[in-house]
Structure formats: C-alpha cells, structure tokens
Design a protein around this ligand. Structure first.
Ligand SMILES: NC(=O)c1ccc[n+]([C@@H]2O[C@H](COP(=O)([O-])OP(=O)(O)OC[C@H]3O[C@@H](n4cnc5c(N)ncnc54)[C@H](O)[C@@H]3O)[C@@H](O)[C@H]2O)c1
Length: 385
C-alpha cells in the first residue's frame, strides 16, 4: 500500500495530521521509534528505565556536555551511541524523537535544533524560555509535519480522568473554586533551578497549573505574586550561588464562567516527603462545586485516589484508588507509543504552551501588580469518555 492509499483507508480523520508526520511501515506492531536522549542528569535516571522497557522505543543515543554522564547512561541502559554535543548527536546515528532532559534554559535552543534537523521532540518543562519562543517552535514543528510535546504528563493519570469526568458529568455541580499546592526545599544538585530562566514556577508550579487548567479549562487571565525567600544557596555543581528567580509563588487563575483557582509552589516548603514525594497521602488538589467537592490524594504527579463528597453522599468516599500503571516519567514513552500507533495522546503541546503563558503572565503580574489577560487555548475537556 502506498502512502496515498494508506491515508485514504484511514478512518481517523483527526489522526490524519499525526499520520502524515510518520514514515510508513508495513506492520505497526513491529515499529519502534528511534529515540535520542539529551541530558543525562538526575531525571534521566527516571526516564531511561521507562523508555528502555517500552516495546515502542529503540534507544539509539545519549548525549551530555558532561560526557562521562552520557557514557555512564549508555553503559547502564545499553545504548549504542553517545555524544557530548547536540550537533554531533544530530549528525550521528539516525533517530526520530529527541527526548530533552537538559537544564531548563537550554530546552528552547536544543528543541529548535532538533526540529530543524527533522526530529520529533519530547521536552521536559518548560518547552521554551518564553511563551513566544514556544509558540514559534510549535508553529515551526507543524510547518515541517513534526511533533513537539512538553512535560508534565499529569493529565495521563486515572485520577485526573476520574476528576475530569466527575466535573463534566456535573457530579459536583457548578465548579466555583479550586486549589493546588506543591513545594519542597529545592533541588541541591544544579544551579539552573535558581538562575534566570529557572524558578519554582516552571519546575514545580507547572504540575498544578497543568492539572487545574486541564480540569477546569484554559485560564482567561491571572493575577500573581512571586518572591525570593532564600537569597543564596549552595548547590553541587557551582557551590554558593545567588538565587535569581522566584522560589515562592502564588497565582489566581480565572477560567471563565465564575470559576477561579489558586496554586502555590515554592522551594522553601518544609516537607517531610522530600523530593521523591514518598508518603504524601494528603490532598494536594481540591475542587469545590455547588453540589460537592473533590480532593486528589497524593501529588498530582503521583496520585493514588480521589475523595469525593456530594450533597447526596456527604461522607467522602475514595475513588480511583485501584493500582495503575501511570507514572510521571512516562511522557516520552507514551508519545512514542502514540507515534507508532497513529493515535493522538491526551497530552497536548497547546496545553503545555498555555501553562507556559500562565507562568510568564504570573511573573508579569507580580512585577506590575496588575491582572494579565491570556491568549492561548487548548482543546478542552481533555478526557473524552
Ligand atoms: N530531577 C527530577 O527529579 C526532575 C523531575 C521532573 C522533571 N525534571 C526536569 O528535568 C530537567 C533536568 O533536570 P535534572 O534534575 O535532571 O537536572 P540535572 O542537572 O541533574 O541534569 C541536566 C543534565 O543536562 C546536561 N546538559 C545541560 N545542557 C546541555 C546541553 N546543551 N547539551 C547536553 N547536555 C546538557 C547537564 O550536563 C546535566 O547532566 C529540568 O527541566 C527539570 O525541571 C527533573
């Protein structure tokens, strides 16, 4: 079957764009996406085990400017090619999807180089340094029939799906308010989290913003305050550094129709659960409506239940508590699978871009003391069942 016949035979009109981005192959079940991973630091230790077990992924290359890290990961995960610069990686062993796990400040530049070289991209958050930069990347990707996605993957959890369905089916009535919070004492290994272009919003707040916009719809405007609580820190790779960007933030989002939500995040939260989040069994996301309320149990990136109380059943009951396969580090594996199977994943680049616009607007609001209007949107509701 040639490409034209294949497209004509496809009944999934909405998947046509995705299909048009892929090379044709005889048997989808046998296809693996060739993956190159750039950035072999902390988070690669979570991504690589997941990617290496995916039946839809062939790990081709790893790259890090600290070449020893690339060598180490290549050895651990049996990856045949290793590089110390993206230019060598892009010119080296062929691959189809770049998984970008580098410093936040490097994402936009490296994502752009990969797209220019004809690669699909999965990027850790944020996908670009600015909303404008991210939009330009997405427009460019589309113009080249390439795909670009950004973390986080929180919308994939069954708890997210349960809450979305509960809201859409009217279980909690008209939604009025919501809250999310996430914080710890901050990463200790790398300076970039605290340097310009880093911050607690793109590192931590990003999860709650993705969850609440995913559940309540795109935000129309925001007001926010941010601050720096700890002016100096000591980190493994640079010693003593000045903290240049917010390590404490609060945002109020207006989702329209009267629905308001609030998120707070920071690198100065005493938190007995640590960076790993082990043992967190409290509500970190709460949603209130005229007929009921819901609390997400655990972090939104590692949830394990939803407590629901309604007018008809005032005693909260726990739902979506069955064991499940969702893990926060699954994003790149999930989109590799979607590329192979020609299906559209729930994660959407437009959603990640909207979250980036909110982060930028929150900082602008904090500086000006004014409410900031937003322009970006994404397809919502995100759960269609
Ligand atoms: N560490 C986590 O648990 C965690 C969890 C979720 C998301 N993230 C996100 O993952 C990203 C990386 O975080 P991390 O904690 O792994 O940081 P890290 O400092 O441990 O690792 C980043 C790696 O990228 C490499 N690097 C930087 N610039 C590069 C370039 N131009 N080319 C090649 N390699 C380059 C660095 O040498 C380093 O090894 C960040 O966006 C962070 O927000 C981290």
């Amino acid at each position: 079957m040639n490409r034209k016949e294949f497209l004509e035979k496809t009944t999934f009109a909405s998947a046509a764009y995705l299909i048009s981005t892929l090379p044709l192959f005889a048997n989808a079940a046998e296809k693996k996406i060739k993956v190159g991973v750039i950035g072999c630091g902390s988070v690669s230790g979570m991504y690589l085990p997941h990617l290496s077990k995916s039946p839809f992924v062939e790990l081709v290359s790893v790259c890090d400017i600290v070449f020893d890290r690339a060598k180490q990961r290549a050895k651990e995960f049996n990856v045949p090619y290793m590089y110390s610069a993206i230019e060598q990686m892009l010119a080296g062993a062929p691959f189809e999807l770049l998984v970008n796990l580098t410093d936040m400040q490097e994402h936009e530049r490296l994502n752009r180089l990969a797209l220019q070289a004809g690669k699909h991209v999965w990027s850790e958050k944020p996908m670009a340094n600015t909303y404008g930069g991210g939009k330009e990347l997405l427009d460019y990707a589309k113009s080249k029939n390439l795909r670009l996605w950004g973390a986080p993957a929180v919308v994939n959890s069954p708890q997210f799906a349960y809450m979305s369905n509960a809201i859409q089916s009217g279980k909690i009535g008209k939604v009025s308010a919501a809250h999310g919070h996430y914080g710890h004492l901050g990463p200790t290994w790398s300076a970039f989290f605290y340097e310009k272009g880093g911050g607690s919003l793109p590192d931590l707040g990003v999860y709650n913003i993705a969850t609440l916009t995913g559940l309540l719809g795109p935000a129309k405007s925001v007001v926010a305050m941010t601050s720096i609580v700890t002016k100096e820190r000591t980190v493994d790779n640079k010693g003593k550094i000045k903290v240049e960007t917010e390590d404490n933030a609060m945002i109020i989002m207006d989702h329209g129709n009267g629905t308001l939500s609030h998120i707070q995040c920071g690198f100065n939260y005493f938190d007995p659960y640590g960076h790993e989040g082990k043992g967190q069994d409290q509500h970190t996301i709460s949603i209130w409506g005229t007929h009921g309320n819901m609390g997400l149990v655990g972090y939104d990136w590692a949830p394990f239940g939803v407590d629901l109380a309604t007018h008809d059943h005032e005693q909260p009951e726990r739902y979506a508590k069955e064991p499940h396969n969702y893990v926060w580090q699954e994003g790149a594996s999930v989109i590799a699978e979607s590329l192979v199977k020609n299906i559209e994943p729930r994660i959407a680049a437009e959603h990640a871009l909207h979250v980036l616009e909110i982060i930028e607007a929150a900082r602008a609001s904090s500086q000006s003391g004014k409410r900031v209007e937003l322009t970006s949107k994404f397809t919502w509701p995100m759960v269609k069942e």
